[in-house]
Design a protein around this ligand. Sequence first.
Ligand SMILES: Cc1cc2nc3c(=O)[nH]c(=O)nc-3n(C[C@H](O)[C@H](O)[C@H](O)COP(=O)(O)OP(=O)(O)OC[C@H]3O[C@@H](n4cnc5c(N)ncnc54)[C@H](O)[C@@H]3O)c2cc1C
Length: 390
Amino acid sequence: MRTRVAIIGAGPAGLLLSRLLSLQGIENVVLENRSREYVEARIRAGILEQHTVDTLTDAGLGDRLHREGMEHHGIYLQYPGTRHKLDFPALCGRTVWVYGQTEVTKDLIKAQLDGGAPLLFEVSDVSPEDIDTDAPRVRFTDADGNRQVLECDVVAGTDGFHGVSRPLVTAGTQSRTWERTYPYAWLGILADVAPSTDELIYAWHPDGFALHSMRSPSVSRLYLQVDPHEKIEDWSDDRIWTALATRFALAGWQLQTGPITEKSVLPMRSFVSAPMRRGRLFLAGDAAHIVPPTGAKGLNLAVADVTLLGTALVRWLQEKQTDLVDSYSDRALARVWRCTHFSWFMTSMLHRSGDDFDAQLQLSQLRRVCSSEAAARELAENYTGLPLDT
Ligand SMILES: Cc1cc2nc3c(=O)[nH]c(=O)nc-3n(C[C@H](O)[C@H](O)[C@H](O)COP(=O)(O)OP(=O)(O)OC[C@H]3O[C@@H](n4cnc5c(N)ncnc54)[C@H](O)[C@@H]3O)c2cc1C
């Protein structure tokens, strides 16, 4: 088998990169080690920045997003006695959209199987080779158990945090990683109940952080700060709803409850690996970096990476110009660190550490964001997404 770009991983990063390359006439093949059903059912992010919405729309993937997605004009910040709305259009002229990652993935897979580049599910033993040469290849076993070799010009490592690509890059000289593990996790639920709020609520509470998000007019997504060692079996549905009602409590407002259809504990971590390239292997998305979900940046960063990478690869493979592939890692990492800082800022402002000094600093910061237009604008600009080259 031969192609121009071998893409490892059919998450949002790999699927969108494939789409962007195909639209420019560049052959590619996507290799995914899970089944289509598994990939489409994975519940993860749900907030799309303006830039992400524009990129998906420009790539011909905006129909269902604009029909079923929900445009949001702000968020509420809450601390005891106060729920304050940050009005994004007034503060920075941008909005965000609620549209689940599952739906983005379904749209991308549908477009791909409907005349797009080859997408091979349930492959195994994926192994990029000779990435430091001009003729890299990827060996893998296909779904029927046959060993295959995919010759290519470029390998895109979009295989997430636990993939095979990043270890090859970090094994190179001058590679470096940074990591912070936070001493708390999120217990996330999906519930068949209409959201009790028009905008997301980010709530600071003495018991810990809580977030009220949503996926559709009839499905709510809610999170509770918990200990990272917490066992999901210890959290009955009643216990979850009681904790959520306590942390979101506000006079005159009530949390609506309903059947919980999914619940899981999500660890909180920041991780950055640099550079995002070794030879002809390029990393994008969670393969190169992880952020805690408080800033809603993981999926949006993956989209920003492949937008830069797609343009750079088109210029290289079609116009033989290497300037954009050579600057890809630095340009992507500048944005990655901005989003890493913002995610850390939101996480640090909202999660209880158990230390009362920390609590007073957090409340002071929350009061500042809720009373100063400059502080609110800084948050709004970062939340809705800064320009691509940031
Ligand atoms: C459990 C979880 C929950 C999350 N929840 C939230 C949230 O609530 N809010 C939020 O903003 N963000 C959340 N995120 C972050 C967000 O979902 C990610 O940033 C986003 O999925 C990144 O997309 P990606 O394509 O880079 O990686 P991924 O979505 O991880 O896709 C990588 C793909 O590569 C495949 N793969 C892996 N190894 C191989 C291999 N060896 N060969 C072939 N294929 C391979 C995987 O199966 C997967 O399909 C969550 C992430 C995780 C992991």
